[in-house]
Every structure is written in structure tokens, then in C-alpha cells.
Design a protein around this ligand. Structure first.
Ligand code: PPS
Length: 569
């Protein structure tokens, strides 16, 4: 007998012959280049991971999902899966038109019949879906600062799956997994979702969960998009592969999920459950603060620790997957083994290392004990995150024109070169405008392009182990944040606000620009006729008013030393 978790589910792909014909036709259609997040969403739409969705949400479905977690059909669906586009692309596009959806190389992956074009109320979407319209939430930030302003909705015909060159053998569609479970006779499958490397405690808890549910186990990590700052998926998958050997063979499998997470806590967990049901799961491990985004702008958690578990429980029948409680496992020294935290024998010594502590130990090159993790996992993590003093980093000065950014940046560069050890590149505002951005002016749009170019170069330098020093005005908070996220994938980002007042900058007027700006001869001049948004939480703020350049540069060095990025002798 074939069990419900083993029967095929609908996909949105057309036949190979139809795809070949449609591809030919699609060359003439208006075409949209998919963003990284849309690539992930489209893949799961096409392969049935987002079943019952048949395409990107129409306006009616979007409203139902945002307000009540339901499609117009009545089906439970908590997450808006929308095709956000630019105003320019949406402008000439009438509902009833077909468009081609292309990957970054221009390959046509799907055709979408646009039935709806609508402008969402993003503040409302943020409140309802993420619980707060607060930019400290990564998905709210994405919604306001990265996603396009117009949404297109309509059914999708899949022509071909996105190509992945990494870990191909570990990527499975829902139907591939269902067929595999059928072949293996796995009727009960407990899934563990993760975006972090696995250590011994995870191995213990997942195996215990599988035993309690009398099920087989599938480790199903997200390799699409996770929280900015997470360990990259290449490293993580190497770690998962090492841990897989530690389970009794034939009980456990590993499969990679190309999902773009939203970190939406309670709604996210319901969504994860539905996606896992599609992938053949019958049980799903849900822990404390599942898919939590961290702290909000007031320093409080976005969601209560058990909100996700409660919402999942409320909808468990409809999701069709049973929730398995995640047991927090701790190491008991006297017994040399792991126990659930609430079953620790009285009077024993409990050892635990938090995520923050682990990152500190990696950063500082300190010991990571064997009771905590497997040596193979630690080796992989150390390969990717050498101690901070050997990683690249970016120092990003921001401040008004004439505030002293370039002068301090130059002094800092020389001091770092004197210390030696890593190559140093200075991306000064004026220099960048000459070599990288000569065609740009000072509108918000052009300033943003300019800063993102600087951010891109700085992130590449950081990735390759060098030091990038940037010194543009960078007047907008959101753009500085985008650069921070780019760089922090690879190393530290040190924001230095050169907080010289506008009065002082104007008094100095070293380039004579303030006078011209006052006379109206230079338009959109920062601080005079254009905004400058002060950084709220820079790593360092310096005021140059009564302090000389040497001292300012030294303050930066002390900050770098405090962060473990350099060693001061
Ligand atoms: S931005 O906003 O970050 O893209 O600006 P940036 O690339 O740092 O360029 C700033 C330098 O350009 C000169 N300049 C102006 N600055 C501000 N507003 C207007 N309208 C403007 N026009 C020219 C100015 O010399 C800035 O150099 P610094 O070194 O900051 O004084």
C-alpha cells in the first residue's frame, strides 16, 4: 500500500516537448530577471514544495493570506509568495499578458500569465505577517528596502528547474523524496529544519525525536536564503555530511531545501510544516523561538518563545504533520552523555555552550571541546571562520562633506600598513566618484548606486582577507545597512560616524563647496539642501572639532583591537 507521504503531488512543470515549444515562444515575451529570493520561491512553486499554490499570489489571495492566513479557496497558507517588480517593468504591463521569468544568466525558467497587478500596502503586510512594521526584522527591511513596489500575480508554467552546481546529489524535489520514501518503506518521517551547523546536542535531540515518533529521520536544512550573518550553506552542508555518519545507518537521510526563509516565527513555522508535508514529512520538530529574527528595534524579542509552537498546534490537523517537541539537550559531565534539560539527574554538573559563546571561541581561536561538537564539524567551521585577527574586514566612515572622513581614513590606512599583515585598500568618496562612479550625480538614486558599488568592492576585499576602508558621505541609513549586510557575510563591518557638526564643516569649508551650496550653485548638497541621516548605532562615533587626526585614527585602531580584528603591541 502506498502511504499518503509517498504519493506524488502536483508540480507546475509542463512536458519536455511543451517546454521546448514554449521556450521558443517565450523569447518574444516581456521578461523579468528574477531576484535571488524569487529564484528560491519559483523553484518551490514549480516542484510542488509550495503546493497548493499554482503561481505567484493574485491580489485576492494575497489579501486572504496577509489578513487571515488563507487562500481564497479556503486553504491554509501563511506566507505571501509575491512577484515584486519595479514600477518601470509594471508600467506597460496589462493583466492578460504572459511574461518570461529568467534566471540571472537569462535562461527562461517559467512563463507567468499575469492576471493581477497591484500595489501592496507594505506597512500593513509587515504588521500582519511579521507582527510589526519594524525595520530591525530582516524580512520587513527586505519588504521596504529591497522588494519592488508593485506585485504581479498569476499562474506559472514551469519550463525548467533552476540549475545548481553545488551538492546536486543532496537536492531533492518533493516527489523525488516521496518516491524515495516509497522505495525505502518509510511511512513515518520526522523532519528537522535547520539553518545552523549541527553539533552533538542536535544529533542527540533529532535521533531521540525520531525514536520517540518511531519514525525515520530527515535532516532538511535550508540552503536558499537564511538570516543575514548565518554560516554560509557550503560550510554547513560539509558539516551536515560529517554528522550524518554519526546516526545508525539507514535510519536517517539528509536533503537540502532551497527555501528563502523570512524569519517570521509563528507564521513561518506553519509555512515550514506545509512545505515539509509536501516533501513527505509526517512529523516535524519545532523548538523554542522557531525561525525567530532576534531582537526588535526596542531590544525585545519579536515573538514569544512558544508562539511558534502554539500556532503550529492550532493548525496541526490542517497542516497534516504532527509536531514533535524539540528537547533542549545538555551535557551531563558525570554521565558523559546528553540529557534533556528537564531530566538531568539531581546534583550533576551540566555543561552547555551557547551559539554566541561558540562564535566567540571561533572568532578568538579558542578551544571547542569534543563533548560539544564533532571534530570534523569544528574543522569545517575553523576553515571558514579563522580567528578574527586573520579575517578581512571593512571600516566604513560616514559623515558630512568636509567632516574629516578622508583625512582620518588616510591616517588609518597608513597606520594599518605600518602594522602589516593584510593588504589595505582605501575607497575614498572622491576617488570612487572618479574611478567607479564618474557618471553618477547626487540624487538619492545615484547616491545609493554609488554606495552599493563601494559596498560590493568592500565585501569582495573582505571576503579575500583584506582590509577595506571606505569614506563616502553615505547619507542614508537603509543603504548603509545594505552595505553592512553585504560585508558581514564575510567579515566584520565597522561603521565610524565622523560626527563633525554642519556648522563646523561649513566654517572650515575646505573645498569652498558650502559657499556654493548656500548660493544655490550646487544643488542637493548634503546637510544644506539634501538629508543626512545620523547613524543610530555605529561601532564608533568621533567628533573632530577639538581632536586631532592622529587621535581620531587611534580611536579607530582601539575599536578594531577591541573587536579582535588587530593586535596592538
Ligand atoms: S555620497 O552621497 O556618499 O554618494 O557622496 P560621495 O560619493 O561621498 O561624494 C561626496 C563628495 O562629492 C562632493 N560633492 C558633493 N557632496 C555632497 N552633496 C553634493 N551635492 C555634492 N556635490 C559634490 C564633495 O566634495 C564630497 O566629498 P567629501 O570628501 O565628502 O567632502
Amino acid at each position: 500500500m502506498t502511504h499518503p507521504n509517498q504519493t506524488p503531488i502536483p508540480e507546475l512543470y509542463v512536458s519536455d516537448e511543451a517546454a521546448a515549444a514554449l521556450k521558443h515562444e517565450a523569447g518574444k515575451l516581456p521578461s523579468w530577471d528574477l531576484t535571488a529570493r524569487q529564484m528560491c520561491d519559483l523553484e518551490l512553486l514549480m516542484n510542488g514544495g509550495f503546493n497548493p499554490l499554482k503561481g505567484f499570489l493574485t491580489e485576492a489571495d494575497y489579501n486572504g493570506v496577509v489578513n487571515d492566513m488563507r487562500l481564497t479557496s479556503g486553504a491554509l497558507w501563511p506566507m505571501p509568495i509575491t512577484l515584486d517588480v519595479s514600477e518601470k517593468f509594471a508600467e506597460g504591463l496589462e493583466p492578460g499578458t504572459d511574461i518570461a521569468l529568467r534566471d540571472p544568466e537569462g535562461v527562461i525558467l517559467a512563463i507567468m500569465s499575469v492576471t493581477d497587478k497591484y500595489v501592496p500596502n507594505k506597512a500593513h503586510e509587515a504588521e500582519k505577517v511579521f507582527g510589526a512594521n519594524d525595520l530591525a526584522h530582516p524580512a520587513v527591511n527586505y519588504l521596504h528596502n529591497i522588494a519592488g513596489p508593485v506585485y504581479l500575480g498569476g499562474p506559472v508554467k514551469g519550463l525548467q528547474a533552476p540549475t545548481h552546481y553545488d551538492f546536486r546529489g543532496r537536492r531533492n524535489t518533493p516527489n523525488e523524496l516521496r518516491a524515495m520514501f516509497k522505495k525505502l518503506g518509510w511511512q513515518r518521517v520526522v523532519v528537522f529544519q535547520t539553518r545552523n551547523p549541527l553539533h552533538r546536542a542536535h544529533q542527540e535531540l533529532t535521533f531521540r525525536a525520531a525514536r520517540e515518533a518511531q519514525a525515520n529521520l530527515m535532516i532538511h536544512p535550508v540552503v536558499g536564503m537564511t538570516k543575514p550573518g548565518d554560516v554560509d550553506h557550503f560550510t554547513r552542508v560539509r558539516c551536515y555530511e560529517a554528522v550524518l555518519d554519526k546516526y545508525p545507518s539507514a535510519t536517517t537521510t539528509l536533503s537540502l531545501l532551497n527555501l528563502a526563509m523570512r524569519m517570521a516565527g509563528p507564521r513561518e513555522v506553519v509555512w515550514h510544516g506545509l512545505i515539509r508535508r509536501n516533501h513527505g514529512a509526517t512529523h516535524f520538530i519545532v523548538g523554542r523561538d522557531h525561525a525567530g529574527p532576534g531582537k526588535n528595534s526596542a531590544g525585545k524579542d519579536f515573538y514569544g518563545p512558544y508562539d511558534a509552537q502554539e500556532l503550529f498546534k492550532t493548525h496541526e490537523d490542517e497542516i497534516g504533520v504532527e509536531m514533535v517537541d524539540f528537547k533542549h539537550m545538555v551535557y551531563v559531565q558525570e554521565k558523559a552523555s546528553y540529557f534533556p534539560a528537564n531530566e538531568v539527574p539531581e546534583g550533576s554538573t551540566v555543561l552547555d555552550i551557547s551559539g554566541t559563546e561558540l562564535r566567540r571561541r571561533l572568532r578568538e581561536g579558542l578551544d571547542i571541546p569534543e563533548w560539544f561538537s564533532f571534530p570534523e564539524v569544528v574543522t569545517q567551521l575553523r576553515r571558514t571562520s579563522p580567528p578574527r585577527a586573520r579575517q578581512g574586514f571593512t571600516v566604513f566612515f560616514t559623515g558630512l562633506s568636509g567632516s574629516g572622513k578622508s583625512t582620518i581614513a588616510n591616517a588609518l590606512m597608513v597606520k594599518l600598513m605600518e602594522m602589516g599583515g593584510r593588504p589595505v585598500t582605501l575607497l575614498d568618496g572622491d576617488v570612487v566618484r572618479k574611478h567607479l562612479s564618474s557618471e553618477l550625480g547626487f540624487s538619492k538614486e545615484h547616491r545609493d548606486i554609488n554606495i552599493k558599488r563601494i559596498g560590493y568592492v568592500a565585501s569582495e576585499i573582505t571576503k579575500n582577507g583584506g582590509i577595506a576602508i571606505c569614506a563616502p558621505i553615505a547619507p542614508y541609513t537603509a543603504t548603509r545597512r545594505a552595505v553592512r549586510e553585504m560585508v558581514e557575510q564575510y567579515g566584520a563591518f565597522v561603521e565610524v560616524h565622523v560626527a563633525t557638526s554642519i556648522e563646523e564643516c561649513e566654517r572650515r569649508d575646505r573645498k569652498g563647496l558650502y559657499k556654493l551650496a548656500r548660493e544655490g550653485k550646487i544643488k542637493e548638497f548634503t546637510g544644506i539642501s539634501d538629508p543626512y541621516e545620523d547613524p543610530q548605532k555605529p561601532e564608533l562615533r568621533v567628533d573632530t572639532q577639538d581632536v586631532d587626526v592622529d587621535t581620531c585614527a587611534h580611536q579607530v585602531l582601539l575599536t578594531l583591537e577591541g573587536m579582535g580584528l588587530i593586535g596592538l603591541n
